[in-house]
Design a protein around this ligand. Structure first.
Ligand SMILES: Cc1cc2nc3c(=O)[nH]c(=O)nc-3n(C[C@H](O)[C@H](O)[C@H](O)COP(=O)(O)OP(=O)(O)OC[C@H]3O[C@@H](n4cnc5c(N)ncnc54)[C@H](O)[C@@H]3O)c2cc1C
Length: 395
């Protein structure tokens, strides 16, 4: 198999499609999942490259709309909404799917530093999938498992990043068009390295006799816009406590939001654009105050793109459980470019990773993505406000 790091989204389609189980996804030196081929098992059949969604473009098998129905929405159940990253639309779609006898596939936190796809069969376990985990997930053999479930006549709602949804369709091949399968992709600006997150957790624990148990990457108790990252810790005495920092203060959020610790291929994502690869796309409706001020509030609003009839049919089942208004994709894109395009690669990404083992996260931030000075901060804020005013006047 000949796939360079820059062209590998870590989606794991190759490992799932290999009939000889010759490929496993293993973390590379920078903490991203990469295919590793066991040459003794490999029979050079070429299935891995033929089914790589980076080499061969994958399309949603259901008829896609050129312009998706675009909705701004949040779930009426306030507790679900507060536990979710945006408007909680994932959870309500998933609940309805479970009610109708389906199963839901998504990403859960598996240990203090590991994240991966699991299959959920009941509402209690849905909490494991709720909330964004800003770390690359281990897909394992999830696409094969979905294949088996569909073959057994099971309805499946699969959720993941756009590259993971593309990988699922690639692995399913002709079965991708199954009426029993509905897919959700996230608006995604990239997946951070597992190694960077592991380092962040190790630095919290270092010399303090505490253990980090779990992390909420989008804790909205102080607000959706100014969200916090919160870790649950356990002391040696057995007592539990939390540490919580807003996105501007938290070190992991700093490196994540500066796009310096993401998978290389994320800056050239083949699936983070229109037409979107999944039936439904979910993200944050950051532009809500300008686009639909009547439903704006700081508990989280989702942008929902219904890309296919299949996706629209799923959303129609939840309209009594959500507050929503019809929108337009251009309005949502105005402050969420990742709906249609990738971010620019950080110019110091290679240096950051070259020194990952040597420096602390604080030192890496100081060297490669320093916090802006007060003057710069003010300048950027004024520029941002002027830009928004200009866009409002022009458009
Ligand atoms: C790595 C990443 C980057 C993102 N970047 C953006 C962005 O730039 N702009 C934007 O508008 N939205 C982004 N999102 C999406 C956003 O954070 C919310 O997940 C989305 O709006 C759905 O919110 P919700 O309230 O409906 O449901 P939530 O309950 O918050 O979302 C849960 C869903 O996220 C999935 N999920 C969680 N972690 C992962 C993971 N590591 N890999 C794959 N799937 C995962 C779960 O399987 C579940 O389907 C990103 C999400 C992730 C995971």
């Amino acid at each position: 198999m000949n796939i360079s790091e820059t062209n590998c989204s870590s989606c794991g389609a190759c490992a799932n499609v290999c009939r000889k189980d010759a490929i496993t996804m293993q973390l590379d030196a920078n903490g991203f999942y990469r295919p590793v081929v066991d040459s003794e098992k490999c029979v050079q059949c070429g299935m891995c490259e033929k089914n790589c969604p980076w080499i061969n473009a994958v399309k949603n098998p259901n008829t896609s709309r050129d312009v998706p129905w675009t909705i701004a929405a949040y779930v009426k159940d306030e507790s679900i909404r507060m536990e979710s990253s945006s408007g909680g639309i994932f959870s309500i779609l998933a609940e309805k799917f479970l009610d109708e006898g389906g199963v839901v596939v998504g990403v859960a936190q598996l240990s203090s530093i590991e994240f991966g796809h699991i299959i959920v069969e009941n509402k209690a376990d849905l909490a494991k999938l709720r909330g964004s985990k800003y770390v690359q997930a281990d897909v394992g053999t999830i696409y094969k498992k979905v294949h088996s479930l569909l073959n057994a006549g099971q309805k499946v709602l699969f959720s993941g990043t756009p590259c993971q949804v593309a990988a699922l369709y690639a692995v399913l091949g002709r079965n991708a068009a199954s009426v029993d399968l509905t897919t959700i992709d996230l608006v995604c600006h990239g997946t951070p390295s597992v190694k960077v997150f592991e380092k962040y957790v190790a630095e919290i624990e270092k010399g303090k006799s505490v253990q980090v148990l779990s992390t909420r990457f989008r804790d909205k108790r102080k607000g959706w816009r100014l969200f916090s990252m919160t870790s649950l810790l356990k002391k040696k005495s057995g007592d539990y406590f939390e540490i919580s920092e807003t996105l501007h203060k938290n070190k992991f959020m700093r490196v994540f939001l500066q796009n310096i610790c993401l998978n290389t291929s994320c800056s050239d994502c083949k699936y983070g654009k229109l037409p979107r690869v999944a039936d439904v796309t979910l993200g944050d409706y950051w532009n809500i105050a300008q686009a639909h001020p009547k439903i704006d509030n700081d508990s989280g609003i989702s942008v929902v793109l219904l890309n296919t009839e299949h996706g629209k049919a799923l959303f129609d089942t939840v309209i009594d459980d959500v507050v929503f208004c019809e929108s337009a994709v251009d309005k949502a894109i105005a402050r969420n470019r990742c709906i249609v395009s990738s971010y620019k690669p950080h110019p110091k990404r290679s240096e950051f990773f070259a020194h990952l083992d040597e420096y602390t996260i604080d030192e890496l931030i100081k060297k490669y993505c320093p916090y802006p000075s007060f003057g710069n901060n003010l300048y950027n804020r004024v520029r941002g406000i002027l830009g928004r005013v200009k866009r409002m006047i022009v458009g």
